[in-house]
Design a protein around this ligand. Structure first.
Ligand code: AMP
Ligand code: MG
Length: 984
């Protein structure tokens, strides 16, 4: 036994906490209104919110084989109703209170269904329909009893008797009492003895009255406050469907028996570690949830009965409460250590259980969301099935679990122990999950069990959960995309081939000027020679500072042909930043347009006026342009750095060649005329420049700063017959809104990149330009422009537009923090590998080794993976879905911004001690993601007139969860109206 284990146990054994004392409950005073117990009240509120929903119905089926005397059965049930007054209770809202009233006598509904003429599928289907109909039938809470019986007759000696009850009057324990009393009564009647039920000393009403009038132990409240402090995050299970704003509580269930070998092994582990199977399975459940949510702080609800006194043991009624069990799976414990922790939590939780869940929610005030259960969303129930009571020698009874089509929580795992075997059963919300997901859950759970049984001393990170098939699917099929590409050393080589083939074709167009392929090649050579003469060598970087212009493209190819990589510098960036990057990159020369040369006056760097070189016909003797090879550096692009300074990303020619050639593999149409909309300081410009100029197309450059001039751009597109463009979704939004459709008609390929794109934008595209293909491209600069891509189709507009699959020779891995693949649908961090991965950050080995790691999936271990910080998941067709960032990195109009960089810059001012950055978004918040209290504030804020509003606002804080929900429901009409936020 490990050290942490024994110390936890000792801690518990020696704990001085008062163990909950058995209660002494007496009869409630005569003539008072009997309140609802806390749990009953919550249920009652929930039922008011969803008036006709059967989610709190409970049904059990008794299958009888043999000679069933229906009249004995009915008489027996009537006697039970007579003995337990709670079964005759109805519920009423009077003034400010909800009370329960017990009727003297009440007749329960009995329906009979004769199915003797049916067989096979027909019988199964009718049975299923009757079960759903009978068990879902509405109970009017004001009319007792909340109890009904349905009798299905399959044969002369084959019946199914269904009892349906509302949870307000029962719990699982009650059902055992009911079954036992039913059998005792039935046996007495069968042997002609009269029924003589013992009267009960106290009843449920006495308990409810007592519970609502007693003082709660504040020490227990303090315990839970401490235990549940901090952010109580909602579990982020990988949902199949988006959580609806209004839960329907439609549910399904799926069960599987656990093998006898596992049964033995589990019992052995439990024996060795002094844990119960309850604790064991709860621990395994925690591990599975942790993997599915990629979270280490896991909260599970688990019911316990409040019958902490022999007085209550024989009472039917709703005594269940919920233990909120929080486990800490961080620090990669061994399984047996986690088992110990869970055991300790359960024991300690039970010691402090004397606080009704309702009360707990009220005092803890967790974030409340209308469509989610507060504090926990998943349940765990361990159930030991008692022996089936006897109904005499001629009648066998078999208890049946009925699927009544509801689920109260997102997911509930039941483990049932019956006749030396475990059965696991998942009850799941059909709003959130489909059957396939639940099937996979069974697989994950079984796999974890196998791994744990093999060696319970393993650390959590060593336990596998994925099946070999799923792992193979992910790693071998979805992660890679090897495609043999034609050999090329560099994009220069590819461009030169085009220049030889089509010398007179227009290569670049800017305003009224055009450069042909031949002229571009010649001018680029002149630049290269000049640079070489100035001492530029292979793998140096040369700064390039120009407006969007023909010189820009000449400069890029010129620098590359000198063997150096180009380093784009935006002319009007702040001088400090300009100084920093030039120094950091150790730049010796900047090739600049004349108008920008003075930017560099105060900087220690040489400048070369590009116009002068390409106009003057200087003869460079004995200087030949360099043919770069794949290993040479092609460009350097700076991007925001979280350390407070921007960082330079070095991209090689082989990175660039793969990135460029992959376009011809993925895109069916090559760019005849490409409109370049990204600044050349962004790597997205690389896409258009090299794809176009290596395939013989025409690159169309708009005037600088004309991105928002939609009239100019519209004319340019139609005049230049633009077929392709790549742009930010937000910019495309403006295009579609402001450029007349007829100006856009030549476009056949629109590529959205750099940020998530919305479904509504895609819809607009397909309405306006149904003939043009639309794509979503994803990729960080570190992996050379693009890594995955997706063709968007009007039919496939799901809730989130995928970022697609890996492009040629790129690898994508969705990993957890142990670098293991996460299951399909689960969100993990995206790691990129393959030919696009750059060599790292310039002159920053430390930062490079933080983000570029040895590829654990490369058998030779000699390639790198880039850790993107992007959160993604695999959709079931292998397409990736983007879920945002792991860190504070933002995109502001396409610019990558690390909040740390801003913070560090601001902190440099002497009077600023600390900095907090609040990011506000222009678009409205998604209503579904607001907590109920937010929604309530908003709803109140939108009310007309101030009367009473002030005091309402003040009292919100003191409302219980259900009260908030009720208020919200009442104000629903208001919520549907436009909401304006309240200024605080
Ligand atoms: P950059 O290196 O400037 O190209 O920025 C790369 C980052 O932009 C990625 O790591 C993502 O966070 C984000 N990004 C790029 N393309 C997309 C896209 N199609 N959808 C969502 N986010 C994107
Ligand atoms: Mg980019």
């Amino acid at each position: 036994m490990g050290k942490s284990q024994s110390s936890l146990v000792n801690k518990w054994l020696s704990s001085k906490v008062d163990k909950p004392k058995p209660y002494q409950i007496t009869r409630h005073p005569v003539g008072v209104n009997v309140p609802l117990s806390f749990r009953q009240e919550r249920l009652w509120f929930l039922q008011q919110l969803y008036p006709s929903n059967p989610f709190y119905h409970y049904a059990e089926g008794f299958e009888f084989r043999g000679k069933l005397k229906i009249e004995y059965l009915i008489t027996s049930l009537e006697a039970i109703l007579k003995r337990h007054s709670i079964l005759r209770a109805s519920f009423h809202a009077i003034e400010n209170q909800v009370i329960q009233i017990v009727e003297e006598s009440s007749n329960f509904e009995i329906t009979s269904h004769d199915l003797r003429s049916l067989s096979g599928d027909e019988l199964d289907q009718s049975t299923e329909e009757i079960i759903i109909k009978e068990t879902n039938k509405h109970f009017n809470l004001e009319t007792a009893p909340l109890f009904r019986t349905s009798i299905l007759q399959f044969g002369d000696e084959h019946h199914l008797v269904i009892l349906t009850l509302h949870h307000l009057i029962m719990d699982k324990w009650s059902m055992r009492l009911l079954r036992d009393e039913l059998s005792a009564n039935y046996l007495r009647l069968s042997s002609n003895n009269p029924l003589q039920p013992d009267p009960l000393v106290i009843e449920y009403a006495d308990y409810a009255y007592w519970q609502r009038n007693r003082d709660l132990n504040e020490k227990n409240v303090a315990y839970w406050k401490e235990k549940l402090k901090g952010v109580l995050t909602q579990l982020r299970l990988p949902l199949t469907y988006k959580r609806p704003a209004n839960t329907t509580f439609r549910g399904g269930f799926s069960s599987q028996e656990i093998s006898s070998a596992v049964y033995e092994a589990v019992n052995n582990i439990c024996r060795d570690s002094h844990a119960t199977p309850y604790v064991f399975f709860l621990t395994v459940y925690n591990i599975m949830l942790s993997r599915l949510c990629q979270d280490e702080d896991i909260i599970v609800g688990s019911p316990f009965t409040e019958r902490n006194s022999t007085q209550l043991e024989d009472l039917i009624g709703f005594f269940d409460d919920t233990l909120v069990l929080r486990s800490d799976l961080s620090a990669n414990p061994r399984f047996i250590d986690l088992l110990e922790q869970v055991k300790f939590n359960v024991l300690e939780g039970l010691e402090h259980r004397d606080i009704p869940f309702e009360y707990l929610v009220k005092s803890l005030k967790p974030d409340r969301v209308l469509n989610q259960n507060p504090l926990f969303q998943v349940m765990f129930i361990f159930h030991q099935e008692p022996t089936t009571p006897s109904f005499g020698d001629n009648l066998a009874m078999n208890k049946k679990i009925l699927d009544i089509g509801v689920a109260k929580f997102d997911l509930t795992l039941y483990v049932e122990l019956k006749n030396d075997a475990f059965t696991m059963l998942f009850e799941y919300s059909k709003d959130l999950f489909d059957e396939n997901f639940i099937k996979r859950l069974h697989g994950y759970f079984n796999k974890l069990l196998d791994e744990i049984i093999a060696d319970p001393e393993q650390h959590l990170s060593e336990l596998k959960m994925l099946s070999t098939v799923e792992e193979e699917q992910i790693l071998a099929h979805w992660s890679r995309n090897p495609v043999p590409l034609p050999g090329a050393d560099s994009v220069c080589q590819m461009f030169e081939k085009m220049a030889v083939k089509n010398p007179d074709r227009p290569a670049v167009v800017y305003e009224n000027t055009t450069l042909s392929y031949h002229d571009l090649n010649v001018k680029a050579q002149m630049v290269a020679k000049c640079l070489i003469q100035n001492g530029i060598k292979t793998n140096d970087f040369v700064g390039l500072c120009t407006n969007t212009s023909l010189e820009l493209i000449v400069g890029i190819f010129g620098i590359m042909k000198s063997g150096a990589g180009y380093f784009p510098i935006e002319p009007d960036i702040p001088i400090e930043r300009m100084k920093y990057v030039i120094q950091d990159a150790d730049i010796k020369f900047v090739l600049s347009q004349i108008e920008h040369i003075n930017c560099f006056e105060d900087i220690d760097v040489g400048t070369i006026p590009i116009e002068v070189i390409i106009e003057e016909d200087v003869q460079y003797k004995n200087i030949r342009p360099v043919e770069p090879n794949g290993g040479h550096r092609a460009y350097l692009i700076y991007t925001s750095g979280s350390t407070g300074q921007p960082k330079g990303i070095v991209v090689s020619h082989s990175n660039l060649v793969n990135s460029t050639l992959a376009r011809s593999v993925f895109y069916p149409r090559r760019p005849k005329s490409f409109l370049l909309l990204s600044s050349f300081t962004f790597d997205s410009s690389v896409a258009g420049i090299f794809w176009t100029l290596t395939t013989g197309g025409k690159l169309v450059l708009p005037r600088r700063r004309s991105e928002q001039d939609t009239k100019l751009l519209g004319n340019l597109i139609s005049e230049q017959g633009v077929t392709h463009t790549l742009l930010l979704p937000s910019l495309y939004e403006i295009f579609l809104q402001h450029i007349p459709q007829d100006k856009l008609e030549t476009l056949n390929t629109v590529i959205l990149a750099g940020e998530s794109c919305s479904v509504s934008l895609c819809e607009k595209h397909f309405n306006i330009l149904p003939e043009a293909n639309l794509y979503n491209e994803y990729g960080p600069t570190e992996a050379t422009v693009w890594s995955t891509a997706y063709k968007i189709t009007p039919e496939g507009l799901a809730e989130k537009i995928p970022i697609g699959k890996p492009i040629a020779n790129v690898e994508v891995y969705v990993l957890d923090k142990n670098l293991d693949p996460v299951p399909m649908g689960v969100t993990g961090e995206l790691y990129l590998g393959g030919n696009g991965i750059s060599e790292g950050y310039l002159n920053n080995h430390e930062l490079s080794s933080e983000y570029f790691i040895t590829n654990p999936y490369d058998h030779n271990r000699n390639t790198l993976l880039y850790r993107t910080g992007d959160l993604v998941s695999f959709r079931k067709d292998g397409n990736l879905i983007f879920h945002g960032r792991k860190d504070d990195q933002l995109k502001i109009r396409g610019h990558r911004v690390e909040l740390e960089e801003i913070k560090t810059a601001l902190k440099n001012y002497p009077h600023i001690q600390d900095v907090a950055i609040v990011v506000t978004r222009a678009h409205a918040t998604d209503q579904n993601e607001l907590t109920s209290i937010d929604r309530l504030y908003e709803a109140l804020g939108s009310l007309e007139g101030d009367e009473g509003k002030e005091s309402l606002l003040h009292s919100i804080e003191n409302l219980s969860d259900t009260e908030v929900e009720i208020l919200l429901a009442q104000m629903n009409g208001q919520l549907l109206n436009p909401i304006r936020p309240i200024e605080s």
